[in-house]
Design a protein. Structure first.
Length: 275
């Protein structure tokens, strides 16, 4: 197959578009407060370590509390959402029950609704239950992902043959055992994708925790850095803390992608051997 120079150029252009903001954050975090707005944008400096020390010292390490909160919200929320999506997607793909089409159409409608629209109703509901300004206020709404359920249904329909399920039942396995020992391993690649999408969505979520939380010790990274940015109007030194904090916050996401990409590579290789 001949390479398309236009396609290669467009891919390079797209990669540059995506990576340029990351490069800017990396360079900006190496500058002092005085250099941040007075030097050339892409001119690096030597103050990265000083900025990290200042960020670590801010209110006795509050930034790392925000990082831990974000990891809790994203990790637990994405794991629970992936499991629920797997069960719901598998049921919609492989079982027949009354109202199946209506349930699936409702989930499709949920995919089209922006999460920001649901933030206020969710706040009012959790306020009635006395759960606002707690970890649960951010965790519970993230457990259900209509898009994750939709993806899981597609993966289950494509990767789980009905014959395998029938053979499992003939061997005496119940529904839960079949799901845990047969279905989940076969859906692994799809579920990794669902987990990554949900993890990144929760990690970057701002509106929901901003509405739900009042205690800054419960804040995730997004809300915490927003507060630091607002302080920058009166304390310009806070701008370097915001930029440095943004740089540190993307490191776990990069590490997660590099760690989980092997699942795609393994399954793609296995598919090529089978073909």
């Amino acid at each position: 197959m001949k390479r398309s120079k236009l396609a290669t150029f467009l891919l390079i252009l797209g990669a540059a578009y995506c990576l340029l903001p990351v490069l800017w954050v990396l360079i900006a975090s190496s500058k002092s407060a005085g250099e941040l707005f007075s030097t050339f944008t892409l001119m690096p400096s030597t103050h990265l370590w000083d900025n990290l020390v200042d960020l670590n010292a801010y209110r006795d390490g509050l930034y790392w509390r925000w990082m831990a909160n974000t990891a809790l919200y994203a990790g637990v929320g994405a794991a629970a959402s992936t499991l629920i999506s797997a069960m719901a997607g598998y049921a919609l793909a492989k079982f027949d029950f009354p109202g199946k089409s209506a349930v699936f159409n409702t989930i499709l409608a949920g995919v089209l609704v922006p999460g920001v629209i649901l933030a206020i109703p969710q706040y009012l509901l959790l306020a009635k239950l006395g759960m606002t300004n707690t970890y649960w206020a951010v965790l519970l709404p993230s457990f259900i992902s209509p898009y994750g359920i939709y993806l899981a249904r597609i993966f289950a329909a494509a990767s789980v043959p009905t014959e395998i399920l029938e053979a499992s039942r003939i061997d005496g396995a119940g529904d839960w055992r079949t799901f845990g020992q047969v279905v989940l391993p076969m859906m692994r690649t799809g579920l990794v994708t669902v987990f990554l999408f949900q993890f990144v969505a929760i990690w970057n979520n701002f509106m929901l925790p901003y509405i739900m939380l009042g205690d800054d010790r419960l804040y995730p990274i997004t809300v915490g850095l927003s507060g630091l940015l607002n302080q920058g109007a009166s304390q310009p030194a806070m701008y370097t803390a915001v930029v440095t904090g943004a740089l540190v916050s993307i490191v776990p996401l990069i590490a997660l992608f590099l760690t989980l990409q092997r699942y795609w590579q393994v399954d793609l290789a296995a598919g090529g051997v089978k073909a």
